[in-house]
Design a protein around this ligand. Structure first.
Ligand SMILES: CC(C)=CCC/C(C)=C/CC/C(C)=C/CC/C(C)=C/[C@@H]1[C@@H](COP(=O)(O)OP(=O)(O)O)[C@]1(C)CC/C=C(\C)CC/C=C(\C)CCC=C(C)C
Ligand SMILES: [Mn+2]
Length: 417
């Protein structure tokens, strides 16, 4: 497969690439097609990847490394759309939907009172979602405690649906889960979106989607991620891993934006806020993967890109063997660097969220990112030591997050200078 790197206009980014479309390789003749397909933010997403390998933007990489490609051609000479492009199309669609729904008075399929559940039942359902969130994810729970009541309940309901979806493939009954079971779970999702929840936890989510302009696609896509977990335990390159991270985690960002809300004074585009939310999900999942290398290997799973492992002179055997060598340290440094870049991209969007949502999102971003620091502090031993952020550091993150949440949206700061 020949690789082509594309440079695209990227408003608001100061990397000197603004206004250029530069196509290398055998798609030269189809640059018109590329111009129309390349989203405005492509340059930055590409540069996240270049930076990790020290590649220069626009530089052509070898024939076998699809990692740093944004567009490629297959042996038949057809353009292959990268994962980032596919995901960016979802971002655009979600942003357009949100803008439309916020403009028009809500004509919702489900109103709270239509749910076949008394108000007291709903209260109990949300409370149970809160308990589950607290039990499984203390950090997220801490974040939600900084939210307004309505948003907090909504995030709990979303959290519980995500957790249950993940448990299907990761929980105690995972061995019995088949693609058909996931199809049934998707049918159940459609029903709850249509106001026909199967149980009280679903009812909480049905209620949530009647209150916030949330679309079904990220939920469907998360189920798709679980399907891929059933059939796949290796990722050829970062392009494949990126798609997986979108499915299981980027989707959470997309589900959350309509609940978090965008600051009325923000001058940022809705797309850019969704992109930042997506980046936070990807950053979190990359961090998860780096923290859990040993644990995943013991379940026969290696999420790290196979070609990057090979380039670093490493293989699955090194991971199963689990000895921290200099090769491993260097490899990990690059992986951590990339995860931090996604966190940085996310940071730009947090300031655009509505004031009341910024604190919890900052808190969760800072707390999750610290896991990367802990991996470093463990001298990159993520085979047998779990990177863990202690209580003291967690508590310290809260006032820092609060301080950051008071900052003006970046889009306003830029427009005022
Ligand atoms: C503009 C901007 C930055 C907006 C913020 C948008 C936002 C709130 C994004 C949240 C992103 C986020 C929290 C993503 C979750 C990523 C994640 C941890 C995914 C996990 C997947 C599977 O991984 P794995 O099996 O390897 O992990 P385990 O060992 O099983 O843990 C998930 C488990 C998928 C399911 C995800 C969840 C259960 C978490 C859902 C979280 C929320 C809805 C809470 C978001 C709330 C706050 C305050 C950030
Ligand atoms: Mn899991």
């Amino acid at each position: 497969m020949a690789i082509i790197l594309v440079r695209a206009a990227s408003p608001g980014l100061s990397d000197g690439a603004v206004g250029h479309h530069q196509v290398h390789g055998s798609l030269q003749g189809s640059s018109q097609l590329l111009k129309t397909r390349v989203p405005p933010r492509r340059w930055m997403l590409c540069s996240l990847r270049y930076a990790c390998l020290g590649l220069q933007p626009g530089e052509e990489v070898g024939r076998t490394s699809a990692v740093y490609s944004s567009l490629a051609v297959n042996p038949a000479g057809e353009a292959v759309v990268s994962s980032e492009q596919k995901v960016y199309d979802v971002v655009l669609k979600q942003a357009a939907l949100l803008k439309r729904q916020l403009r028009t008075p809500p004509v919702l399929d489900v109103r709270p009172q239509q749910l076949d559940m008394p108000r007291s039942g709903l209260k109990e359902a949300y409370a149970r979602c809160g308990e589950i969130c607290q039990e499984y994810a203390k950090t997220f729970y801490l974040g939600t405690m900084l939210m307004t009541e309505e948003r907090r309940r909504a995030i709990w309901a979303i959290y519980v649906w995500c957790r249950r979806t993940d448990e299907l493939v990761d929980g105690p009954n995972a061995n019995y889960i088949t693609p058909t079971a996931l199809d049934r779970w998707e049918k159940r999702l459609e029903d709850l979106f249509a106001g026909r929840p199967y149980d009280m936890l679903d009812a909480a989510l049905s209620d949530t989607i009647s209150r916030f302009p949330i679309d079904i696609q990220p939920f469907r896509d998360m189920i798709e991620g679980m399907r891929s977990d059933l059939r796949k335990a290796r990722y050829k390159n970062f392009d494949e891993l990126y798609m997986y991270c979108y499915y299981v985690a980027g989707t959470v960002g997309l589900m959350s934006v309509p609940v978090m809300g965008i600051a009325p004074e923000s001058k940022a585009t809705t797309e850019s806020v969704y992109s930042a939310a997506l980046a936070l999900g990807i950053a979190n999942q990359l961090t998860n993967i780096l923290r859990d290398v040993g644990e995943d290997a013991r379940r026969g799973r290696v999420y790290l890109p196979q070609d990057e492992l090979a380039q670093a002179g490493l293989s699955d055997e090194d991971i199963f063997y689990g000895v921290v060598t200099n090769r491993w340290r260097n490899f990990m440094k690059q992986q951590i660097k990339r995860a931090r870049m996604f966190f940085e991209e996310a940071e730009r969007g947090v300031t655009e969220l509505s004031q009341a949502s910024r604190w919890p999102v900052w808190a969760s971003l800072l707390l999750y990112r610290q896991i990367l620091d802990e991996i470093e502090a463990n001298d990159y031993n993520n085979f047998t030591r779990r990177a863990y952020v202690g209580k003291g550091k967690k508590l310290l993150a809260l006032p820092v997050a609060y301080g950051k949440s008071l900052l003006l949206p970046v889009s306003l700061r830029n427009s005022q200078t």
